[in-house]
Design a protein around this ligand. Structure first.
Ligand code: SF4
Length: 382
């Protein structure tokens, strides 16, 4: 862990053997991208992350069979484990005995048992966490803020993220559960900087987990993340972080080394000339992949999209490449062109509109057609 000089006076949140916040060194995390039910592969990856210096390792759990695998993974790794709950918050009761932290997304929580007030669902999660000595992360993502909160901020999606996070902090505080951290993530470093800065101004006591989600393939993914972390950590904001890169499984643990290098550079005052993330150029975002990836060709596809679209570099367009149906459909809504992977097909979207589903062999030429049409339409409009 890396020590920083000036830090916000956040409270301490214990996650297994690590303490996040209260001036403790900034903890560096990563997430397994293996199938959770493949116990051997997941243990191997969790251990690789831990050996690389990962303080916390996240695993996705979506089903009862994932929970079974998790109990075995727990036995075989010494890593501090956090579980990512997206599909069903009630699974928390089964996963909590095996992990040190539970992450929930307020936007996803909203859609489960819709008639039940958020307060009750949050109370359930807090009770489970308390009973099993777990911390909680309130993980807000710009692309999945609940529709009611979004509607309150029609012109400002950063304000919607901050509002959602503050609401969940109040819910947890009101029931006396304070062992939580918050994250506010987006794929654009500017929004990550704004959201975390605004949140920290309101709640300087709450430890923050920093991350630029779907940052993409190195080196661009590293640059986007560095831009955000340099701006935030230098202002004393951030108690733990994750660098989300699109990397093949055997290289996943490299996220830790990248995170540590950025922190070491900031601590030593080695700021690179902070690149302003260029809004006038083509922006390719891709998710870091996790156990939910539907087809292992995803990473290869993300790299192929980057190579194929190089000719359009001078156009201010965003192309998003996502690995699964859990986050893919929603997280691609803001992109000019979005791809999300299914087991045999890749779904192509033009903003929120579905274009069609194509095989892994068909998708690149189809994407090229769409990109050409978009460039032509933009050029004609100028
Ligand atoms: S988009 Fe899907 S595969 Fe990619 S990181 Fe998110 S949940 Fe995992």
């Amino acid at each position: 862990m890396v020590a920083m000089t000036k830090r916000n006076d956040t409270r301490a949140v214990k996650v297994g053997t690590v303490t996040i916040g209260a001036g403790h060194p900034i903890a560096v995390q990563s997430m397994c991208a293996t199938r959770t039910q493949d116990v051997d592969a997941t243990v191997e990856q969790a251990e690789a992350i831990r050996r690389a210096g990962g303080d916390v390792v996240r695993v996705a759990v979506d089903s009862a069979r994932d929970v079974e695998a998790l109990s075995e993974i727990r036995r075989q790794t010494a890593a501090n484990l956090v579980v990512d709950l997206q599909e069903n918050y009630r699974l928390a009761a089964q996963v909590a005995p095996h992990v040190d932290k539970i992450r929930y997304n307020p936007g996803h929580l909203y859609h489960h048992e819709k008639d039940k007030p958020a307060r009750e669902k949050v109370r359930f999660l807090a009770d489970v966490a308390r009973a099993h000595d777990c911390a909680i992360r309130v993980g807000v993502n710009c692309g999945s803020v609940d529709p009611e909160t979004k509607a309150r901020h029609p012109e400002d999606d950063v304000a919607a993220m901050v509002d959602s996070a503050l609401e969940h902090c109040r819910l947890l505080d009101d029931i006396g559960f304070t062992r939580y951290v918050v994250s506010l993530k987006d794929s654009h470093p500017r929004k990550v900087i704004e959201a975390n800065t605004r949140f920290a101004a309101e709640r300087p006591d709450v430890p923050l987990h920093l991350g630029v989600t779907e940052a993409g393939i190195p080196p661009e993914g590293v640059i986007k993340t560095r831009v955000a972390f340099e701006q935030l950590v230098s202002r004393g904001i951030g108690d733990t972080l994750r660098v989300s890169l699109t990397l093949p499984n055997p290289r996943k643990h490299e996220e830790i080394a990248v995170g540590r290098q950025i922190l070491a550079d900031i601590a030593a005052g080695r700021y690179r000339s902070v690149p302003v993330f260029d809004d006038d150029k083509l922006n390719i975002i891709s998710c870091p992949s996790c156990s939910r990836v539907e087809n292992e060709r995803f990473v290869e596809l993300a790299e192929a999209v980057k190579a194929m679209t190089a000719y359009a570099e001078a156009h201010a367009l965003t192309i998003a490449v996502m690995g699964c149906r859990v986050n893919g459909p929603g997280e691609t809504d803001d992109a000019d062109l979005g791809l999300w992977c299914g087991p045999t097909h890749v779904n192509l979207k033009r903003r929120t509109e579905t274009v069609g589903a194509y095989t892994y062999d068909e998708i690149l030429p189809r994407l090229r057609d769409e990109l050409d049409a978009l460039i032509e339409a933009r050029t004609a409009a100028v």
